[in-house]
Design a protein around this ligand. Structure first.
Ligand SMILES: *Cc1c(COP(=O)(O)O)cnc(C)c1O
Length: 388
């Protein structure tokens, strides 16, 4: 089956009610017919649900769909994108291990390193996005176990060459862990290029309507089993309600992403020549520094456009205050277009130097291009620019 069909037609078994659309299974536990059956399911000799911290039909439907769409053997859902990332690290790294991680990762992923991983005795080294892969060998230590990257990165839209990075990781026998949140499996399938672990914040484009938090880790059966053991014991499990929402959302992921990308490209092209803008960043614009890599590994450029306002911090604030239609909010990947100013919000705690390294200039604006009519989206942005 093709992507769109899998996203729609994979669903849990119909109940005796013959419902067409799958129901939600809000139950904390499941009953058994006999003591023997209960013992067999607990002992792992028979398949079956026991307790919703372990498995739940609503959650399983979402996981099976993600695995089908990422073309991995299996997937395990979690309560948020951050718990998916945390689980994908601690299920494989233990005291004395070393992690290589791109510096251009989501803010909370970045903070997780110093705040928690080092406390567990896990070492890490940041790789700067400007550091050429030919110079990465010297960063590998005898105890290095994993490489974690995000591509495209939030909010710098830096793109790693998945094929090259994967070959390099294999050469050093490292697990390659890719945050595929910005692209979604519809635009990019890291497994195809050799990634071992794929993580998502399902809160973003997968939900697509700004309603629920969720996360997922996809990979081989062996990989997912390890993450599942962590989730089952530590408990960052996805709720059946959120799983049901997310599974329904996947049914429309392809059509939504097509429109997000179409609107984003139109907006990026329109803003390019604007006198109040220094530079527009979008993976599918020819002047994006990794345009050719983006073209090779992504089917479209995604739903996020960023641009650098002339006039720095002050211009950024004015731009946000002038907006009438666009929302000022922390989320992205919503049907509603969202504007944010990373230098004064999500990345305010970093030093100017650190922000520079991540491509976050004082006047950088991030637009998560929604599904409203493109004329209304660009009209609001244009009037706001005029009034800075
Ligand atoms: C939002 C985001 C996360 C964290 O996901 P939550 O669902 O908010 O926990 C991780 N990675 C990227 C790239 C994100 O945009």
């Amino acid at each position: 089956m093709k992507f769109e069909t899998k996203a729609i037609r994979i669903q849990s078994d119909r109940t005796s009610q013959q419902e067409h659309s799958t129901p939600i299974y809000p139950t904390s536990s499941f009953v058994f017919e006999s003591a023997e059956q209960m013992a067999e399911v607990f002992g792992g000799e028979m398949e079956g649900n026991i307790y919703s911290r372990f498995t739940n039909p609503s959650v399983r439907e979402f996981e099976l769909k993600i695995a089908a769409l990422e073309e991995t053997e299996d997937a395990i859902a979690t309560a948020s994108g951050m718990s998916a990332i945390f689980a994908s690290l601690v299920a494989f790294l233990k005291v004395g291990d070393h992690l290589l991680i791109s510096r251009a990762v989501f803010g909370s992923t970045y903070k997780m390193m110093d705040n928690y991983l080092t406390g567990f005795g896990i070492e890490y080294t940041f790789i700067s996005p400007s550091q050429d892969i030919d110079n990465w060998d010297e960063l590998v230590k005898p105890n290095t176990k994993m490489l974690f990257i995000e591509t495209p990165s939030n909010p710098g839209l830096f793109i790693y060459d998945l094929e090259k990075v994967s070959k390099w990781s294999k050469k050093h026998e490292l697990l390659l862990n890719v945050d595929n949140c910005f692209a979604t499996p519809y635009l990019q399938r890291p497994k195809y290029f050799g990634a071992d672990i794929i993580v998502h914040s399902a809160t973003k484009f997968i939900d697509g309507q700004g309603r629920v938090l969720g996360g997922v880790v996809a990979g081989s059966k062996e990989i997912v089993e390890k993450v599942f053991a962590f989730v089952r014991n530590a408990g960052p499990s996805l709720s059946p309600f959120n799983a049901w929402i997310l599974s329904k959302s996947l049914e429309t992921l392809a059509v939504r992403m097509d429109r997000h990308c179409e609107n984003a490209l139109k907006l990026a092209e329109k803003l390019q020549a604007h006198p109040k803008i220094n530079k527009v960043n979008y993976p599918f614009l020819k002047d994006h520094p990794q345009y050719l890599i983006a073209k090779k590994q992504m089917s479209q450029g995604g739903g996020i456009v960023t641009f650098e306002l002339k006039g720095g911090i002050d211009a950024g604030r004015k731009f946000l205050n002038n907006l009438k239609l666009l929302s000022l909010t922390a989320n992205l990947g919503d049907s509603r277009t969202i504007a944010s100013h990373p230098a004064t919000t999500t990345h305010a705690k970093l030093s100017e130097e650190e922000r520079h390294e991540l491509g976050i200039s004082p006047g950088l604006i991030r637009i998560s291009v929604g599904l409203e009519h493109i004329d209304d989206i660009s009209e609001d942005i244009m009037q706001s620019l005029t009034n800075i």
